[in-house]
Design a protein around this ligand. Structure first.
Ligand SMILES: *Cc1c(COP(=O)(O)O)cnc(C)c1O
Length: 500
């Protein structure tokens, strides 16, 4: 029996299985006026399901209400600040959606003949050109579907180049401030990973690096600004150290929103990098939907780009499949085209000055928050912050409250938590990225919540340790949820749980 007196109707939503009522249908059809067909006879027994165990039987309206109510449990960028560090959860202008839905683009088919695809090919060419300009690199591929996929593509190209020079080498260096996808990528391409320790300013130590760059090092994978939000100020020297030993520099450019219009990786010596179009260039993301991890390369790597490549012929654009040194396709067709349209719309709507202003605003917002929060939380590194600021829970830990507890309490204040316990080199990290699209009012409210929580930690730590208090479910067992996920509701399991 579903009782709805104690909680708000929206909060009190059961599973759809628990709403079932045998015999209910979500549709009504007129009476059959032709002889009925036996589905087993028509389709064959192996194609017909006799019974779906405990399939929910509900009306159309109940289905609609169920999912509408569930949807209100989500937190979204359209509801408020989403300060998830490293993820760049910013507002994505709605005009990008309008452009992506343009009939000729939205309905273009990848098997359309080239002469009917010139507009779509022009979109790809224009975006490749714009990203080349923004990064200062010589060529761009738009095929990879995500940041990590871009890394994989880039490291495959490095391996192909080194093989063409006589040997792939065996090792990739990764600073300890790297995103977890970097070492994972290196391993997937068949390299071993060597960790490079950062110094007390949160950047790569040149002496440590120089010692590590031996003849078996293929590349350094470096994030800049790195995951503690600090610009690697020695990046030119770092690139020099690698290049002197015939090794390459891969830059994880997922944080490019701190550099666009201000500095170009191609100008400071990077050989290959990826961009997260779904972060910096404004495609909604975070729900596992499509992304794009464009990869930009210096001249030496262009022969190894995934094929086919666009080429300008006398009568328009054409795909060139004759790429003998290419690492091959990394994605069906030409990448996630809808994402590419949004990115181009965003770039063109902003123009060069607008993009630069977005970068400067992102830096301003992060540093504004840092200034407001520094009296209450321990900043991880004194070095200047770029687009995000990283604190540690050192002060709160003395009261037994950790970063995860503070994050849970933020939910009660109506904000999405920041990134918890990452980057790993900061003990008890609170990683906060406000992005450029937040107003001063929203930032002040967020800082107000964080400061209020810091006071609660002093006065009443239990309140924070037991948070959240405002959600349907308070704390879940995150370890068991990750290690032994139960992703399917089963009537027998539910019945035995109820009996417990
Ligand atoms: C988000 C991110 C990635 C991975 O990008 P995906 O699109 O999630 O694969 C890699 N590196 C950094 C620094 C990131 O922030």
């Amino acid at each position: 029996m579903i009782n709805k007196v104690s909680k708000h109707i929206v909060q009190n939503e059961p599973l759809i299985f628990e709403r079932t009522s045998p015999g209910k249908r979500g549709y009504q059809l007129p009476e059959l006026d032709v002889p009925p067909v036996d589905p087993v006879q028509a389709l064959g027994a192996k194609n017909v399901r006799s019974e779906i165990e405990d399939f929910p039987e509900v009306s159309e309206f109940e289905v609609l209400r169920h999912f509408s109510r569930l949807s209100t449990w989500n937190y979204a960028i359209d509801l408020g600040l989403y300060p998830l560090g490293s993820c760049t959860m910013k507002y994505n202008p709605r005009v990008n959606e309008v452009v992506a839905r343009t009939e000729g683009l939205a309905w273009a088919h990848p098997y359309q003949p080239e002469h009917l695809s010139q507009g779509a090919m022009q979109v790809i060419a224009a975006l490749e050109h714009a990203l080349g300009e923004i990064t200062g690199m010589d060529a761009v591929t738009l095929q990879p579907a995500a940041g990590a996929h871009g890394e994989f593509t880039g490291i495959l190209m490095i391996r192909a180049l080194l093989e063409s020079r006589g040997g792939a080498r065996s090792k990739i260096l990764v600073p300890d401030s790297a995103h977890g996808t970097n070492p994972a990528t290196a391993m997937m391409v068949g390299y071993s990973v060597e960790n490079i320790k950062s110094n007390d300013r949160g950047v790569v130590d040149l002496e440590v690096l120089a010692r590590a760059v031996t003849d078996d090092v293929a590349a350094l994978m470096i994030t800049n600004p790195n995951t503690v939000g600090v610009f690697e100020e020695n990046i030119r020297k770092i690139c020099g150290i690698l290049h002197d030993k015939g090794a390459l520099v891969y830059m994880d450019g997922a944080n490019m929103n701190a550099l666009v219009g201000v500095a170009r990786p191609g100008d400071f010596g990077v050989d290959v990098m990826h961009l997260n179009l779904h972060k910096t260039f404004s495609t909604p993301h975070g729900g596992g939907g499509p992304g794009a991890g464009a990869v930009a390369v210096a001249q030496v790597l262009t022969p190894f780009l995934p094929g086919p490549r666009l080429r300008r012929a006398a009568n328009g654009w054409t795909w060139n499949y004759d790429c003998p040194q290419s690492i091959g396709r990394v994605r069906a067709f030409y990448g996630n085209f809808g994402v590419l349209i949004r990115a181009l719309a965003y770039i063109l709507a902003h123009g060069g000055n607008g993009l630069r202003q977005a970068t400067l605003d992102a830096l301003l917002n992060a540093n504004y928050l840092r200034t407001l929060l520094e009296p209450h939380y321990q900043i991880a590194y004194e070095a200047p912050s770029m687009h995000e600021c990283v604190f540690s829970d050192d002060r709160q830990a003395k009261k037994g409250v950790r970063t995860g507890d503070i994050a849970k309490r933020l939910i009660d204040y109506g904000f999405h938590p920041y990134t918890v316990s990452f980057p790993l080199i900061v003990r008890g990290a609170l990683m906060i990225e406000p992005t450029e699209t937040e107003s001063k009012l929203e930032l002040d409210q967020f800082a107000g919540a964080m400061i209020s929580i810091a006071k609660e930690v002093e006065d009443n730590p239990e309140l924070v340790l037991k948070a959240p208090h405002s959600t349907r479910t308070p704390r879940v067992d995150e370890v068991t949820a990750a290690r032994k996920p139960v992703v399917r509701w089963r009537p027998a399991a539910a019945a035995s749980q109820a009996a417990d």
